[in-house]
Design a protein around this ligand. Structure first.
Ligand code: FAD
Length: 441
């Protein structure tokens, strides 16, 4: 019997899933699939990884939901091209449906998968799902890639009709008639964390529900107060792994808070930029910023990682990140700015450290924001702007409520002295970058 596969990647949900809805409407019985990708997992820094634990639990929920609906859920551990080729040889598969992924690795993987499937006369069909506008959906009037957020935001709002936010009916169509149940022996067992060589590590992830309405309504007033536990939406992990759909969160934000809407638009914006400029995952967008002589002092980098810089907001942030895998946006900006300007350490080292630690780690958002802070990006804070971590602290946590939670010794003599003086560090970075820019032009 001919079947089709729906390959879940960063869309670990049944509801409002564009590709899954298309597979279920294709007329062929569907078998959902998840691949624990060795091309990613082999490079995870630790065997106990909270993100993999989260993915695993969510995939298991999908598998149970598929079985309850009368279908079979396949899960495999391996390299996607090899796993899919083996499945194509085992079953009579007419098509593989999946949702688009815009990261450079994912694009290479999908090209290779597409070529392999083509060889076996299997269709590979991809759908836009994780963003509302992708690739060149929004361009400037002269047809170039938008690099001014204000103008992009304006065009985005002008194009955003309610139709684009309607949910796809994947959950409603997820029925025994449209699914395919394989004999148990054929389906094979699903990998476990242990069978893949990993251990469980649980870190707090908000449940996959929309944020409470009052949180969204107050967002513009509370988002820059890190002491508040509910000052922001806390949807980033769900958006990262697709346990919430972006249309769902955008509908709520559109109804209740334009500021939150704008932040979600930043996410589309950075994904669009990374799609156009995949090289910026690892190098400065601005050629004049590619040869900045960063100091990369290892001891200072370690002090930053461990929250021992003597700057309370920086130290609180790094300790929160290490303990929880999360950091509020305003503090992300402070710690990033401090690393790239005050310690004058390459943004790529900070980006990598965040990538290892953040539960919501997202290449496009991480690189986009790091390059913004370093002044190297397609869109950036001016390279000569150096925010004072002390002024930042006075603005966002004047009573040290947030800082004392993570750096209890801050008001005692046990607290470390500042690793570097602000004005000295600012001048050092600005002069070195200025010289590098002149040399490059
Ligand atoms: C140096 C640095 C690194 C960052 N790395 C990441 C990352 O790896 N993954 C990630 O998802 N976000 C990253 N961000 C953006 C932002 O800090 C987080 O998205 C946000 O803090 C997540 O918490 P929240 O869901 O409560 O956000 P909210 O403030 O409630 O925003 C809602 C959603 O909008 C999007 N969003 C918000 N701010 C931004 C932004 N500045 N850029 C792009 N999208 C945004 C996110 O999807 C977020 O979940 C980074 C920011 C900085 C300054």
């Amino acid at each position: 019997m001919k079947i089709c596969l729906f390959w879940h990647r960063r869309d670990i949900r049944l509801h409002d899933n564009a590709g899954l809805a298309a597979a279920l409407a294709s007329g062929l019985p569907v078998v959902p699939l998840f691949i624990y990708d060795r091309d990613i997992l082999d490079y995870l820094p630790n065997k106990a990884d909270a993100r993999l634990t989260y993915i695993f639990d969510e995939v298991e929920k999908l598998a149970r939901a598929t079985e309850a609906a009368g279908g079979t859920f396949l899960a495999r551990y391996g390299k996607p091209v090899e796993v899919l080729e083996a499945l194509v040889q085992e079953y009579d598969i007419a098509a593989v449906h999946s949702n688009e992924d815009y990261e450079p690795y994912a694009r290479e993987r999908d090209t290779a998968v597409g070529q392999m499937l083509h060889k076996h006369s299997v269709d590979f069909l991809l759908y836009k799902d994780q963003v509302i506008f992708a690739k060149d959906d929004i361009m400037t009037k002269s047809g170039t890639v938008p690099k001014v957020f204000g103008a992009y935001h304006k065009s985005y709002l002008a194009k955003l009709t309610d139709d684009l936010l309607l949910p796809f009916g994947s959950q409603e169509a997820f029925t025994a008639e449209r699914l395919h149940r394989l004999p148990e022996a054929q389906a094979g067992s699903r990998p476990t964390l242990a069978s893949m060589g990993f251990e469980r590590l649980e870190q707090y992830v908000p449940t996959a529900d929309l944020p409470a309405e009052d949180v969204v309504r107050n967002y513009h007033k509370t988002r820059n107060t890190p002491a508040l536990q509910n000052g922001t939406s806390r949807i980033s992990v769900q958006l990262r792994f697709g346990t919430l759909s972006v249309r769902q969160v955008m509908r709520q934000a559109k109804a209740l808070n334009p500021k939150l809407m704008a932040e979600i638009i930043w996410r589309d914006f950075f994904m669009m930029l990374l799609w156009h400029y995949p090289n910026t995952a690892t190098e400065a967008y601005d050629p004049k910023m590619r040869h900045v002589p960063y100091r990369n002092n290892e001891d200072e980098f370690r002090a930053w990682c461990e929250g021992r810089t003597g700057y309370p907001l920086v130290d609180a942030g790094m300790r929160e990140l290490n303990a929880t895998g999360y950091l509020p946006n305003r503090v992300r900006m402070t710690v990033a700015g401090f690393l790239v300007k005050h310690l004058f350490i390459d943004w790529r080292l900070g980006e990598k450290y965040f990538a290892d630690k953040l539960l919501d780690y997202e290449l496009a958002n991480n690189v986009g924001n790091w390059q913004w802070m370093a002044g190297t990006g397609a869109i950036s804070a001016p390279w000569f702007r150096v925010y004072s971590p002390e002024s930042q602290l006075a603005q966002v946590d004047p009573e040290l409520k947030y800082v004392k939670r993570w750096v209890p010794e801050v008001v005692s003599s046990a607290y470390v002295a500042p690793i570097v003086e602000h004005k000295y560090a600012r001048d050092r970075a600005v002069e070195a970058i200025r010289a590098a820019r002149i040399a490059a032009s």
